[in-house]
Design a protein around this ligand. Sequence first.
Ligand SMILES: O=C(O)CCC(=O)C(=O)O
Length: 349
Amino acid sequence: MFIRRRRPATLDTPPTAVEAPSVPLPDLRPAEPSLDDLLPPDLIADVRPDLSGRRFVRAHELPESGPYPWLDRPEWRELVEQAAVSGSLDERTRELCTRFATDGYVIVPGLFSAPECDRVWAAYERAVVAGVIHPSPEKMGEDDPHLGHVMNAHLDITEIRDAASKPELLALVETLLGVEAILFQTLLFPKGRGQLEHSDTIHMTTYPLGYMCAAWVALEDIDPDAGPLCYYPGSHRWERIYADDVGLSPELFATESYRAVAERYEPAIQYLIECSGTEPQVFLPRQGDVLIWHENLVHGGTRRVDVRPSRRSLVSHYFGRGALCYHDLSGKVADRVADEISTPRAVPV
Ligand SMILES: O=C(O)CCC(=O)C(=O)O
């Protein structure tokens, strides 16, 4: 067997055929890191999973493990009470913790001032004009005047990074998770996206379970016709639906992407909603109000009744430090797929 060895292009000589060496050539392709090496060094799980030899992280293959976030534990009421008595929770935060444990979300009015919100929006507009970020059109009809969402604009725009890392917001997220919060991903929405109901469990999954929260910041007063966010109180305690539960393997996701999610996962969530009989709540915030949700809270975007009003919002997703964070749909560890974790979809009004 012969292999052809390329000569530098500057030498105007034909490639020479050389006999292949009898010893095997070293494989110079970069080695795929073992999934075990991607476990956080400060893993908080009581049980360390053995991921050696696995190509994908699959929820059902992980051993059952705590510790669960304090507000997800059966004894959360006692824990909140103890924290209040010891002085580590003030009255307002105690109330927020109780709401979060009971309903799976909290609303904090006016966490951002109007100038803070306007600063974020102005910085986004400047970045679009300067070509620093490139929102996709996501047109929902000929007369749709707004651009589509942008993922991870905080990596390029300081004002967005500062908003997503606002100390008061981070402090509250950390209190709710019970561990340090790490900003993972941001989504900036100029308009509603009409994303069908889902829980973030298949998009941003943790081991042990529950170490993810998202914060939805209203950058303007939200018009009821603009496709506001909706959510189902208490649904964070519904059973979690993973990709494998609906026959959605990492291989299928790699080929079919979000079409497979629409065909297999979304009907399962609709079924859960119907069985629960729970009515959705619609979030109609004023500028600066924030809604923080639990990773398994079922939520989505309602239909845009009118394409004209914008729906300016910043959504930030935070992981808890020490949890293994992965993308259940692709089976990949999260920090390797930060840009893939998205649910693009344009729904006609
Ligand atoms: O803002 C919306 O309409 C939906 C956002 C959402 O579902 C998410 O970020 O997980």
